[in-house]
Design a protein around this ligand. Structure first.
Ligand SMILES: C[S@@+](CC[C@H](N)C(=O)[O-])C[C@H]1O[C@@H](n2cnc3c(N)ncnc32)[C@H](O)[C@@H]1O
Length: 244
């Protein structure tokens, strides 16, 4: 019986491919992926331990400035300033968030690394078009800060090869590139260097087909466990700690 079911499934799959369904059902790919990822996001949220965290769910109004509360909460809650850390930001644009981190963390041993094309998004993202969000490299008068201009896919390999990535400093990785591809690339590149206690911050986590989907693919492929520390704007911005 099992063999017959497998045979029928194989025939159906082959027949489906012969029909070239992308030609007439291609438009369904994104909405169906969106439905699937929204269900996964909902399940992920339900599974999180929400005891003793910052969480504003459900808020009727989105207030983008709440992300600064989230940053400060993370700093206090995880005693971030007790030791020096490396802050890596993927998606810098005009530098609003990296400027906040530099200004609010004065330890001279901290390092701040910002990665961006500085020529805008490399792909369309929702209503934003490729090339939107282009900006000049921000000017930050602080020798602890360095910027890497170009696609992450081009700049990150050299960065990783030239830095002591296995150092004992805590890593704070801020993912604000919006796109699935960019977020997944940054996470998978840094996976070998992540350790317990490192922090991941997402700026658009609850966008189902982008940052959330990248996080889902990443954690499921690398068997990475995280602990939710803070979430604002209905999980739009979140902070997680690497648990194991
Ligand atoms: C939302 S903006 C960053 C905003 C910034 N963190 C802030 O809060 O002010 C997203 C940025 O990601 C950059 N980006 C997206 N994918 C990228 C990639 N693969 N390589 C380099 N930069 C990328 C875009 O150029 C854009 O400037």
């Amino acid at each position: 019986m099992k063999e017959i079911i497998i045979k029928i499934a194989q025939l159906l799959k082959g027949f489906t491919l012969i029909l070239k369904p992308h030609l007439f059902l291609g438009w369904l790919r994104n909405p169906l992926l969106m439905i699937s990822n929204t269900i996964s996001l909902s399940r992920w949220i339900a599974e999180q331990d929400k005891h003793d965290i910052l969480n504003d769910f459900y808020s009727f109004k989105r207030n983008y400035a709440k992300r600064y509360q989230l940053y400060q909460y993370v700093i206090n809650k995880l005693a971030v300033n007790e030791t020096a850390f490396d802050y890596l930001e993927f998606g810098v644009c005009h530098g609003e968030s990296i400027k906040w981190w530099v200004a609010n963390n004065q330890n001279k041993e901290n390092s701040f690394y910002g990665f961006d094309t500085f020529e805008g998004l490399p792909e369309n993202w929702g209503t934003f078009k490729k090339g939107d969000m282009n900006a000049n490299i921000p000017v930050i008068d602080d020798e602890r800060v360095s910027f890497f201009k170009g696609l992450f896919q081009d700049t990150l390999p050299d960065f990783i090869a030239s830095q002591p990535m296995h150092n004992s400093k805590r890593k704070i990785i801020h993912l604000d590139a919006d796109l699935f591809s960019s977020t997944l690339y940054a996470l998978t590149s840094l996976a070998p260097f992540l350790k317990k206690g490192d922090i991941l911050i997402f700026d658009e986590f609850n966008v189902p087909n982008h940052e959330f989907y990248a996080f889902k693919c990443f954690t499921e492929s690398y068997y990475i466990k995280t602990k939710l520390v803070a979430a604002v704007n209905n999980y739009y911005q979140i902070a997680l700690m690497i648990a194991e």
